[in-house]
Ligand binder design. Sequence first.
Ligand SMILES: Cc1cc2nc3c(=O)[nH]c(=O)nc-3n(C[C@H](O)[C@H](O)[C@H](O)COP(=O)(O)O)c2cc1C
Length: 211
Amino acid sequence: MLTRRNLLHAAAMAAVTMLAGCSGARGDDVDDAVTPDQTVPVEDTAVGGVPAGDGAVLVAYFSATGNTEEIASAVAERLGADAFAIEAAEPYTDADLDYNDSSSRTSTERADARPELAQVTPDGWGDYQTVFLGYPIWWGEAAWPLRTFAEGNDFAGKIVVPFCTSASSGIGDSGAALAELAGGGDWRDGERFSAGAIDDAAAWVDGLGLA
Ligand SMILES: Cc1cc2nc3c(=O)[nH]c(=O)nc-3n(C[C@H](O)[C@H](O)[C@H](O)COP(=O)(O)O)c2cc1C
C-alpha cells in the first residue's frame, strides 16, 4: 500500500538522485563521511552526509513543555517520517522542572539519573535506518530521559541525527555524550533550535537532502 510516507520518500529519493547528478552537489560540507563499516553506497548518500537509502526514518523526541515536540513534529512532517514521543514513566511537573530549586526533581536527577520511561524502545525500531533524536537542553546537557533512551536501545547500523531546543545554549557535546552512552550507531553533528523555530527546522531538514 502506498502510504504518505512512501510517497514523500519517493519524492525525496528523486530529489537526491537529481542532486547526486550535479557535480559537487556533495561538497565540502559533508564533514561526517560514511564510515567504512557501513554498507551505504556513496551514490545513496544525500547532501549533508545523511544517507537517503531505503530505510525508514524515525523522529524520536522527549519534550517536557512542548517546545521540542513542536520542532520534532515539523521535522517529521517535512521528512514524512514516523514520530515517537519519549516519555518519562512519571511525567515531569512544573515543580520538577524548576531549575532554580536545588531540591527539584531535575536538580536532584542531574548527576546521573536514568529516569524510567513509559516505553524504552519504539515499535518497529529495527526497521529504522535513520533516527532523528530531539530533546531539550537541561544545564547544557540532553534532558535526562535521553540517557535512559540512549542506553536502552541498540543503535548499531543506524544513522543518528540529534537536535535540541534550548533558551540560549548550543547543542554543545550533548549528542556526543549520548553517543557514548549508546555505545553504537553512526551519530552525526546535531542542530539547536529556538522554541517555535519550525521554519529553521524545515530549512535544516531540507539541507540534509532527505526532504
Ligand atoms: C531543568 C531545566 C534546565 C534547563 N537548562 C537550560 C540550559 O542549560 N540552557 C538553555 O539554554 N536552556 C535551558 N533550559 C530551557 C529549555 O532547554 C528550553 O525551554 C527547551 O526549549 C524546553 O524544551 P521542551 O519544551 O521540549 O521541554 C532548561 C530548562 C529546564 C526545565
